[in-house]
Design a protein around this ligand. Structure first.
Ligand code: NAD
Length: 464
């Protein structure tokens, strides 16, 4: 699709949604309801019907979701940037492609059989039923599609309460998933959402007795709320991923990889490199190589002028100014009078500088000089704040690689590649946009959204 056509289409979609009519690229938005009460009723009916479908039929629906996601990736990417004002269209297209191609389907559900003198026991992975999912503003449509594929593969139906600031694009994805399901002969409203999500609709969803599992993808607040709901919950929370570069690394490659990972979608991904600890002996070369690969180096004085507007100091504690999350690097530079358009801004900083300690989700990467691996690991572990989310390193020293992995205890640990290799982009393994560190499911997939059931047949079917 050409650029102008997509822009016109996105404008049309936004107008249609804003006019309160229905929206969506092809008429009424399927699965998107005015009230949570109606959404919950519809999804319960859909789940009842879905119970009758075969696994092969589930797979047909999923295959259609993949196809449609690839076809409309550029529309969602553009719509996402326009609605949220965050991220980069070209990178969001890649994220949608990744979701479509690498989110596991029903093949992820592996039954187990145990046989012996007492007969045969089967263990199968069963659906929870209706799952309630809360999605973030940083990967809105990606998370809706990724969760939908995994949850539907597990035999579930889903009700979403998307981030209010990203609900147009999230609901576009809900509509897309339903269109794909219907085209493959599936039930109506297997995936639902509300037109205007609020804290109230979120509460209603969490408290509905028919919702048997809750999934939260977002910051610490939402994870805490869901984990105290009294229901089975999966929490995919915040991180602040450090990256270490030591004196054994291929510095040119490390620089290129870090710029690529830290600037991807303007640093919105929770896995992206957010602070760098570089050995003093290679730091100058690393910085020089980064600037050759799309980074712009600012002085300490310029860095702190940037900090004045992109962070907020509240009672001595720094937090993010949400207005600047996911914005293009050029806008930060413009604010301090520099006219340049790099993918990433880099700066030097001390370990305790707020740029190092705060999860900013902005294309601004602080680099801290360290003397040795002991210092690097100690500082990196501290900056990760025990989120156990993601950490990265560039080194060929096996002892150091192993030691950092052991000490930082993160769900994702990437060696000698950009951070996104950790979710299957240029690295082996499947993708997810719900990385469940706090509750331990890790790189979630269909099996994370199922429960184990055991079926025992005594005294038979043991055929050897
Ligand atoms: P956010 O926490 O502001 O919002 C996430 C979702 O939770 C939204 O739908 C929001 O409306 C809802 N929410 C927030 N507080 C809530 C509460 N108390 N009760 C119920 N719902 C609540 O996050 P965001 O700004 O959209 O996303 C960025 C954050 O999410 C970052 O911290 C990032 O690291 C994290 N994140 C984690 C993953 C992961 O897989 N672990 C993926 C994406 C984003």
């Amino acid at each position: 699709m050409d650029e102008q056509y997509i822009s016109q289409l996105v404008e049309k979609v936004i107008k249609a949604i804003d006019s309160g009519s229905v929206g969506g690229s092809v008429g009424a938005q399927k699965g998107v309801f005015d009230s949570m009460t109606d959404a919950l009723e519809a999804v319960q009916n859909a789940y009842k019907q879905y119970r009758k479908y075969t696994v092969a039929q589930r797979e047909e629906m999923i295959s259609n979701i993949r196809k449609l996601t690839l076809k409309e990736a550029d529309i969602m990417a553009k719509l996402g940037v326009e609605e949220t004002g965050m991220g980069r269209v070209e990178d969001k297209i890649i994220k949608h492609q990744l979701v479509a191609n690498k989110t596991p389907g029903t093949e992820d559900l592996e039954p187990k059989a145990i046989t012996g003198d007492d007969g045969l026991t089967l263990i199968e992975m069963a659906p929870y039923g209706v799952i309630g999912s809360i999605t973030p503003s940083t990967n809105p449509s990606e998370t809706v599609i990724c969760n939908s594929i995994g949850m539907i593969a597990g035999g579930n139906a889903v009700v979403f309460n998307p981030h209010p600031n990203a609900c147009k694009v999230a609901n576009y994805a809900v509509d897309l998933v339903n269109r794909a399901i219907l085209e493959a002969g599936g039930p109506e409203n297997l995936v639902v959402s509300v037109k205007q999500p609020t804290m109230e609709t979120s509460k209603q969803m969490m408290e509905c007795p028919a919702v048997k599992m809750l999934v939260a993808t977002g910051g610490p607040g939402v994870v805490r709320t869901l984990l105290s709901s009294g229901k089975k919950a999966i929490g995919a929370g915040a991180g602040n991923p450090p990256v270490i570069v030591d004196d054994t690394a291929n510095i040119a490659k490390a620089a290129k990889d870090i710029v690529a990972g830290a600037s991807f979608d303007n640093n919105l991904p929770c896995i992206a490199e957010k602070e760098c600890f570089a050995f003093n002996s290679i730091a100058d070369e690393l910085i020089a190589q980064m600037t050759k690969n799309g980074a712009y180096l600012v002085s300490k004085e310029q860095r702190d002028r940037i900090m004045d507007f992109c962070l907020i100091n509240k009672d001595g504690k720094y937090g993010i100014n949400k207005k600047w999350v996911g914005k293009d690097a050029r806008l930060f530079l413009k604010e301090i009078g520099i006219d340049a358009d790099p993918r990433l801004i880099i700066c030097e900083a001390d370990e305790m500088h707020p740029f190092v300690q705060v999860e900013m989700m902005m294309p601004v990467l602080p680099i801290v000089r360290v003397n040795n691996i002991d210092e690097a690991i100690e500082m990196a572990v501290k900056a990760e704040h025990g989120c156990r989310h993601s950490a990265h390193i560039h080194s060929v020293n096996v002892e150091r690689l192993t030691r950092f992995a052991r000490e930082v205890e993160t769900t994702i640990f990437v060696k000698n590649a950009p951070s996104y290799a950790g979710i299957g982009a240029g690295g082996e393994g499947h993708t997810t946009f719900t990385i469940a560190g706090p509750t331990g499911e890790g790189i979630t997939s269909a099996k994370s959204f199922t429960r184990q059931r055991r079926c025992v047949l005594a005294e038979g079917f043991h055929i050897v």
